[in-house]
Design a protein around this ligand. Structure first.
Ligand code: F6P
Length: 537
C-alpha cells in the first residue's frame, strides 16, 4: 500500500484546504448556508452528531470521502468484520465486533455459516459470565467486588460501571485497582473484610506486572486476615487460563486472542459491569454496540458517523495541524471517558510507521484529553477560548438525566451549549471594548482591557447528543469511538491493533528492579544512575 500522502485524494484535499479550508469562517458559513446543520448533522444508532460547528463544508466531506475510498477504508472494514488477520504484526484477527453479534446472527460478515474461530463459544462464555454475575449479585455475603487489572482490563469496565451508576443495585460496591503503586490497593484493603470481598484478577495475558503484583498482595492480605475459601473469593478473566490456574485461581472466564485489550470490555473482562448492572443490562450494552457495528458496516460512507468522525480527525491532524482534541462529556457518569479514550485512541493510533514498516510522512493520533463539563470550564477552557492553539472540542450532551433535578440539568445543558457557541462566535475587540469601558478598574486602560476580553472565535467543536445514558446508548457510543479510530488508522495505513510502544519501558523496568535493591548502577546512563541512587530505599 502506498502512503496516504501519495494519493490523488490527498493532493486534492491539500488544494481544497489552501483554497477553502484554512480560511473557513464558521460564522460566515452559517450566515451563508441555512441548511448547514441539516447537511452536517448525522444520525447513528443512539447518537445524533452535530458536525456543523467544524471547519468543514460539504465539499470538504466529499474530498475526505474520496480519500477514504482511495485508501480502501471500507474494504479494510469488511476484512475486519470477515475475521481476516488485519492485526498483521501479531497475525491476528480483530473481532471484538463478534462479541456483540446476537446469537444466531452471522458473527463474521460475509463468511459461510459456522465459519470463524468461535461458533457458539462466544455465547456460551457470555452466558457463563452473566450467570456467575447474577449469582454474585444475589450473594449478600459479598459486599465488595475488587477488579484488579490495568489498561484495557481496567479502563473500559471502570468507565462503564461509573457511567451506568443509575442501573447498579445498592448493597455491593465495585472497586478498581490498577496501579502497581501500593497507594492504590492498600488503602482499599484497609476498608474491606476478606470474607465479604470478591477479587477479579483481570488480565488478557496474565503476565502484566502491575496486575500480578496486586493480585499477589491481595491474596497475601486475604490469607493474613483469616479469609476462608480462597477459591470462592478469587476469580480470573483472561486468555491465559493456565497461568490463572498456576496462580491458584480455579474459576476463570476466558476470551480469545482476537480481542484486543482495549477492545475487551465486551468480553469476560466486562464481568464487573455484569455484576454492577446485571445480565440483562449487559446484553443491552452489547446490543447498542452491535447496532453501531451494523451502522458502520452497512451505512453508505457519506452518512456513516464513525467513518466521518475518523476522517474529521485526519482533516484536523494533518491539514489544519491540530495536535490535540479535547473531550467534554456533560454527564458526570462519563468522567472516565477521556481516560478510556486515551488508551483506545493513543494506544491504537500512536504509531510512527505504516503497516509495511515505513516511517509515516504525516502525524497520527492527536492527544485526547478532557474532563466532564462543567468542571473543565473552570480549569482549562480559558486556554480553549483564548489560548494560542486551536483545539477541537467534542461535547457530549445527554437529553434526559437519571435524576429528578430538572433545573440542575437545564443549567448543565445551557453550559454545554454556551461553550460551543462561545468557541464559535467569539467576541470582537470592538464588542469587548463597549463592555470593558464602563467596568474597567481605575488605572486599567479600557483599550488594553478590551484586547484581553476579546475572543477570536471560529474554534471548532462537535456535539454528540444522546437521549439518555442507557446501557444501549453507552454501548453504541463506545463502538462509535472504536470504529472512528479504525477509520483514521486505515487512512494512515497503520496497524491500529498492536502496541509495541509499551514494551521497551516494561523491559527496562524489569532490568532496573534488582538494581533498586542492589544499588548497582554500572553501565547506566548518568541521569538514570543519579535518580536511582536518590530513590533507593
Ligand atoms: O501494556 C499495554 C497493555 O498490553 C494494554 O494493551 C493492555 O490493555 C494492558 O497492557 C493490560 O494487559 P493485560 O490485560 O494482558 O494485563
Amino acid at each position: 500500500m502506498t502512503s496516504c500522502t501519495d494519493t490523488a485524494a490527498w493532493a486534492a484535499l491539500q488544494g481544497h484546504f489552501e483554497a477553502h479550508g484554512r480560511g473557513l469562517d464558521l460564522r460566515e458559513a452559517f450566515a451563508r448556508d441555512a441548511g448547514r446543520v441539516a447537511a452536517l448533522g448525522f444520525e447513528a444508532p443512539e447518537v445524533w452528531a452535530d458536525l456543523s460547528k467544524n471547519l468543514i463544508d460539504t465539499a470538504t466531506l466529499r474530498y475526505l470521502l474520496e480519500l477514504a475510498r482511495e485508501r480502501g477504508v471500507e474494504a479494510r472494514r469488511d476484512a475486519m468484520f470477515r475475521g481476516e488477520p488485519i492485526n498483521t504484526t501479531e497475525g491476528r484477527a480483530v473481532l471484538h465486533t463478534a462479541l456483540r453479534a446476537p446469537e444466531g446472527a452471522p458473527a463474521l460478515v460475509g463468511a459461510p455459516p459456522g465459519a470463524g474461530p468461535f461458533g457458539t463459544e462466544v455465547h456460551d462464555v457470555l452466558q457463563a459470565v452473566l450467570d456467575y454475575a447474577e449469582n454474585v449479585r444475589k450473594d449478600w455475603t459479598i459486599t465488595d467486588v475488587v477488579n484488579i487489572g490495568i489498561g484495557g482490563s481496567d479502563l473500559g469496565p471502570q468507565m462503564v460501571v461509573k457511567a451506568l451508576d443509575a442501573y447498579t443495585q445498592a448493597g455491593q460496591r465495585l472497586h478498581f485497582v490498577s496501579n502497581v503503586d501500593g497507594h492504590d490497593l492498600m488503602p482499599l484493603l484497609d476498608r474491606l473484610q476478606p470474607n465479604k470481598t470478591l477479587f477479579i484478577v483481570a488480565s488478557k495475558t496474565f503476565t502484566t506486572q502491575e496486575t500480578l503484583t496486586n493480585a499477589h498482595a491481595a491474596r497475601d492480605w486475604f490469607l493474613s486476615q483469616g479469609g476462608q475459601h480462597i477459591e470462592r473469593h478469587f476469580v480470573a478473566t483472561t486468555c491465559n487460563v493456565e497461568a490463572a490456574a498456576a496462580f491458584g485461581i480455579h474459576t476463570t472466564f476466558g476470551f480469545w486472542d482476537w480481542v484486543g485489550g482495549r477492545y475487551s470490555l465486551w468480553s469476560a473482562i466486562g464481568l464487573p459491569i455484569a455484576i454492577a448492572v446485571g445480565g440483562e443490562r449487559f446484553r443491552e450494552l452489547l446490543a447498542g454496540a452491535h447496532a453501531m457495528d451494523r451502522h458502520f458496516a452497512e451505512t453508505p460512507a457519506e452518512r456513516n458517523l464513525p467513518l466521518l468522525l475518523g476522517l474529521l480527525d485526519v482533516w484536523y491532524r494533518n491539514f489544519h495541524g491540530f495536535t490535540s482534541r479535547s473531550v467534554a462529556p456533560y454527564h458526570q457518569g462519563l468522567a472516565r471517558l477521556p481516560a478510556y479514550l486515551q488508551q483506545l485512541e493513543l494506544e491504537s493510533n500512536g504509531k510512527r510507521v505504516d503497516e509495511a514498516g515505513r516511517a509515516l510522512a504525516v502525524g497520527t493520533s492527536p492527544v485526547v484529553w478532557g474532563e466532564p463539563g462543567t468542571n473543565g470550564q473552570h480549569a482549562y477552557f480559558q486556554m480553549l477560548h483564548q489560548g494560542t492553539d486551536v483545539i477541537p472540542v467534542e461535547f457530549i450532551a445527554v437529553k434526559t438525566p437519571s435524576h429528578a433535578q430538572a433545573e440542575q440539568h437545564r443549567k448543565l445543558l445551557a453550559n454545554c451549549l454556551a461553550q460551543s457557541q462561545a468557541l464559535m462566535l467569539g467576541k470582537t475587540a470592538a464588542e469587548a471594548a463597549a463592555e470593558a469601558a464602563p467596568t474597567a478598574a481605575p488605572g486599567v486602560d479600557p483599550a488594553v482591557l478590551a484586547q484581553h476580553r476579546s475572543f477570536p472565535g471560529n474554534r471548532p467543536s462537535t456535539t454528540l447528543v444522546l437521549d439518555a445514558l442507557t446501557p444501549r446508548a453507552l454501548g453504541a457510543l463506545i463502538a462509535m469511538y472504536e470504529h472512528r479510530v479504525f477509520t483514521s488508522g486505515a487512512v494512515w495505513g497503520i496497524n491500529s491493533f498492536d502496541q509495541w510502544g509499551v514494551e521497551l519501558g516494561k523491559a527496562l523496568a524489569g532490568a532496573l528492579l534488582p538494581r533498586l535493591k542492589s544499588g548497582d548502577t554500572a553501565g547506566l546512563d548518568a541521569s538514570t544512575a543519579a535518580l536511582l541512587q536518590r530513590l533507593r530505599s
